[in-house]
Design a protein around this ligand. Structure first.
Ligand SMILES: C[S@@+](CC[C@H](N)C(=O)[O-])C[C@H]1O[C@@H](n2cnc3c(N)ncnc32)[C@H](O)[C@@H]1O
Length: 255
């Protein structure tokens, strides 16, 4: 097989390779590289333009991108799938995640639990804010993959900055205090959230599974103006993480 054929074959095989992910555009690639992701292949139909963009957006990575990215003919690039927002496509390895240590609270940073979210883009927005606000990780229950190309794009590839994992259901023992976020309940911001909490958020339409809510050690609501039913999932996550972080001394945040 020639070089073009082998590049096309590697992108075509991605759907059958759960250990690999596709990165669309410069932002997911940038964060994969910054946070230690293993990038196996990166291709561009316009490498000079890509390096100009890198100089503007991520000058720290310009040299690495120069070495890493292969220039390919535009016809081959177009055949690799929907056009990305900037002229680069890459294949990276999905990091392995130690679930049992994630479920054990050894630090004060909260861990997010998303109960059956539906929209991959929304999920990406959650991962992005979780990375920015130093959550310990994100566990996604249900069928939507937080490492799909849409979720990776929504998160700008920040899945590489913290553990992000999908599970069918929550395993039995969780050694973290479970806090359910629900539009009705005691208001956030009065009592501090427990250190190292597992913060559970519901699905976009139906909210939190009642069984999960019943299992919670505490419930918190973000106070809203009367008449407003709920906040967007990623917006609710951002507010709660900000509140959780605000109450922790900076020396104890990581972990
Ligand atoms: C779009 S909302 C779901 C709305 C759903 N109809 C309900 O009643 O829960 C998605 C998730 O964001 C969180 N959320 C949204 N607004 C919230 C609020 N004001 N207080 C606490 N959590 C909220 C909850 O975890 C909720 O399940």
């Amino acid at each position: 097989m020639d070089r073009a054929g082998s590049i096309a074959a590697r992108f075509a095989a991605l759907s059958g390779e759960p250990g690999l992910v596709r990165l669309d555009g410069i932002h997911p690639l940038k964060h994969a590289l910054r946070f230690g992701g293993v990038v196996e292949l990166a291709v561009s139909p316009a490498k000079a333009a890509l390096l100009d963009l890198a100089r503007e957006l991520c000058p720290d990575l310009e040299d690495r991108l120069r070495d890493l990215v292969l220039e390919v003919p535009p016809s081959l690039f177009a055949a690799l799938g929907p056009p990305p927002p900037s002229p680069v496509l890459a294949i990276a390895r999905r990091p392995a995640i130690e679930l049992s240590s994630l479920l054990t609270s050894e630090g004060t940073a909260p861990l997010l639990l998303l109960d059956r979210p539906v929209h991959a883009g929304n999920l990406g927005a959650v991962v992005r804010v979780a990375a920015a606000l130093e959550a310990a990780g994100v566990i996604v229950l249900g069928g939507v993959d937080p490492w799909s190309p849409v979720a990776l794009r929504g998160a700008a590839g920040l899945q590489f900055a913290l553990p992000v994992v999908r599970l069918e259901r929550l395993p039995g023992p969780i050694r973290r205090p479970l806090v359910a976020l629900h539009p009705e309940g005691p208001p956030l911001g009065v009592e501090p959230l427990p250190a190292g909490a597992l913060l559970a958020f519901g699905t976009e339409r139906h909210g939190l599974d009642p069984a999960l809510r019943a299992r919670a050690d505490a419930v918190r609501a973000i106070p809203m103006r009367p008449g407003v039913s709920s906040l967007n999932l990623a917006t609710a996550v951002a507010i709660v993480l900000w509140e959780a972080r605000r109450l922790l001394p900076s020396s104890t945040r990581a972990g």
